[in-house]
Design a protein around this ligand. Structure first.
Ligand SMILES: *[C@@H]1O[C@H](CO)[C@@H](O)[C@H](O)[C@H]1NC(C)=O
Ligand SMILES: *[C@@H]1O[C@H](CO)[C@@H](O)[C@H](O)[C@H]1NC(C)=O
Ligand SMILES: *[C@@H]1O[C@H](CO)[C@@H](O)[C@H](O)[C@H]1NC(C)=O
Ligand SMILES: *[C@@H]1O[C@H](CO)[C@@H](O)[C@H](O)[C@H]1NC(C)=O
Ligand SMILES: *[C@@H]1O[C@H](CO)[C@@H](O)[C@H](O)[C@H]1NC(C)=O
Ligand SMILES: *[C@@H]1O[C@H](CO)[C@@H](O)[C@H](O)[C@H]1NC(C)=O
Ligand SMILES: *[C@@H]1O[C@H](CO)[C@@H](O)[C@H](O)[C@H]1NC(C)=O
Ligand SMILES: *[C@@H]1O[C@H](CO)[C@@H](O)[C@H](O)[C@H]1NC(C)=O
Ligand SMILES: *[C@@H]1O[C@H](CO)[C@@H](O)[C@H](O)[C@H]1NC(C)=O
Length: 393
């Protein structure tokens, strides 16, 4: 037996069609799009999240194209199943609003059991940022907001079988002591990015203060338009990243591939000059990673006064089609800013153990300098292992 109800949430006839199947323990909401690009469909989707988020299913059908102006709030989710079969398009007119306010489009804060997926694989999330990518002001570090922001101790979140395209700046940011975050079968693509943005303006994944993250079967392709050259970072691990497995990921046309990047995420870095704070990244495995771009793997950081400790971080079965296979640059990004660079060179402090094994493709011979990565021998210790590098391209 089935019954349905129509809820008119605004005079503009936003429709939320909710079908409750009594034989199932959970309910299903199917918010429909207004069908007008100029009308915000987010309120109807937020209503569905409130109504069906607690143990229910929210379906965005394949025949619908949703125009998003305002953010979607996933905090009502408690074991919810959010199925995107249609297309979600961010209204282009809102791009400056999100950038200026540092707002996210999908905010997953203090939520447990959030499953975002396409059952059929037809779902598309379109950031519509083509014109944004054309802007000529480079906005290092502060530039941009995450489109999907998982924070405030969220746990058990998964995103799968979806295509995220032309997202404004950062696709996924994972932080705030969140845990059990799983990403599988995703395509992340961007076209027409201004090549002057290089590494720190576009990210597919960036994380810090997280535990138990897996990222598998993800294809990332960043295409620059003007100033054609590699742009963006595919995977960045910042302070307090603990327990990450990356498998079967390709990263093409990116400036950076899968790197520890301390101090790139705002508000995540211990930075006090008066106390000896320690940042760390540990238990990270990147396996079966294919890269074409500038810098494939390693450590490339901004700088704060914390001491950095790296333990049990392994890159293996890395295929390099183009770019430097491995770097260790404690002051990499601050070279862009003369204000920080001299201080970084004097004060960068690392205790690092890193392993790079089973490298294939255009890898040349591995570094042989026992002090590889150390430019400041009093404060930096880098223990690196390079094993089984076969240049086969
Ligand atoms: C779109 O799909 C939904 C769910 O399958 C269905 O209820 C609705 O009638 C369809 N709308 C159109 C215009 O085909
Ligand atoms: C999460 O929500 C609970 C109440 O539901 C609250 O007690 C807790 O402080 C919140 N935690 C964070 C990190 O926002
Ligand atoms: C996270 O929690 C803090 C403290 O409770 C709160 O101020 C902040 O608004 C929350 N962030 C989000 C995105 O909900
Ligand atoms: C991802 O891209 C591949 C290759 O174009 C395609 O076969 C696959 O269906 C796409 N998957 C999704 C979820 O978009
Ligand atoms: C982080 O989350 C765990 C539970 O997942 C909790 O025990 C711990 O207190 C949290 N830490 C902070 C700093 O919020
Ligand atoms: C990590 O997450 C997976 C899937 O949710 C879970 O099965 C596993 O127990 C978690 N591992 C840890 C160490 O929390
Ligand atoms: C990686 O890809 C291989 C080959 O397609 C597959 O067998 C394996 O299960 C994948 N690993 C993960 C973690 O999905
Ligand atoms: C590595 O990944 C590629 C493509 O992502 C896949 O074809 C291959 O089977 C994977 N190999 C292993 C050993 O997982
Ligand atoms: C920080 O640690 C260094 C080396 O252990 C020590 O020389 C220095 O006095 C410490 N600074 C403070 C403010 O505790």
């Amino acid at each position: 037996m089935m019954w349905s109800s129509l809820i008119h949430s605004t005079p503009l006839a936003l429709l939320t069609l909710c079908v409750v199947t009594q034989s199932l323990p959970s309910n299903t909401c199917t918010p429909l799009a207004n069908g007008y690009e100029a009308i915000d469909d987010s309120p109807a989707i937020n209503d569905a999240l409130k109504q069906c988020g607690n143990g229910g299913t929210i379906v965005l059908p394949a025949n619908q194209s949703y125009s998003l102006f305002t953010p979607l709030d996933f905090s009502p989710c408690r074991n919810c199943d959010f199925q995107i079969e249609g297309t979600l398009i961010l209204a282009a007119s809102q791009l400056t609003y999100y950038a200026n306010r540092q707002r996210s489009v999908f905010t997953i804060a203090n939520a447990t059991g959030v499953r975002i997926r396409s059952v059929t694989g037809s779902g598309v999330v379109d950031g519509n940022a083509y014109w944004w990518y054309q802007r000529t002001n480079w906005s290092p570090k502060q530039g941009g907001y995450p489109f999907v922001w998982i924070t405030n101790s969220s746990s058990d979140v998964s995103v799968s079988n979806l295509h995220f395209k032309n997202i404004q700046d950062r696709v996924f940011r994972l932080q705030g002591n969140s845990s059990d975050l799983h990403f599988d079968r995703l395509n992340i693509t961007a076209e027409g990015i201004n090549g002057i943005y290089a590494g720190f303006d576009n990210f597919a994944f960036e994380m810090g203060s997280v535990k138990n993250v897996s990222i598998s079967n993800v294809d990332i392709d960043f295409r620059a338009g003007q100033n054609n050259r590699p742009v963006g970072t595919c995977l960045a691990f910042d302070h307090a990243t603990d327990g990450v497995e990356v498998r079967n990921v390709t990263c093409r046309r990116a400036f950076m591939g899968a790197q520890i990047q301390f101090d790139t995420m705002l508000n995540s870095a211990p930075s006090s000059a008066t106390t000896n704070l320690t940042g760390f990244a540990q238990n990270i495995l990147v396996s079966n990673f294919t890269f074409a771009g500038d810098h494939a793997t390693g450590v490339e950081s901004w700088w704060t006064l914390s001491r950095k400790v790296i333990r049990n971080v392994i890159w293996e079965w890395v295929t390099v089609e183009e770019g430097t296979p491995a770097d260790f640059e404690a002051c990499y990004a601050s070279q862009r800013n003369s204000q920080y660079y001299p201080a970084c060179v004097k004060q960068a402090s690392y205790d690092a153990e890193v392993v790079f094994r089973h490298y294939r493709g255009k890898v040349g011979t591995p570094p042989s300098d026992p002090n590889w990565g150390e430019f400041n021998n009093e404060l930096m210790e880098v223990k690196s292992v390079f094993e089984d590098w076969v240049a086969d391209a």
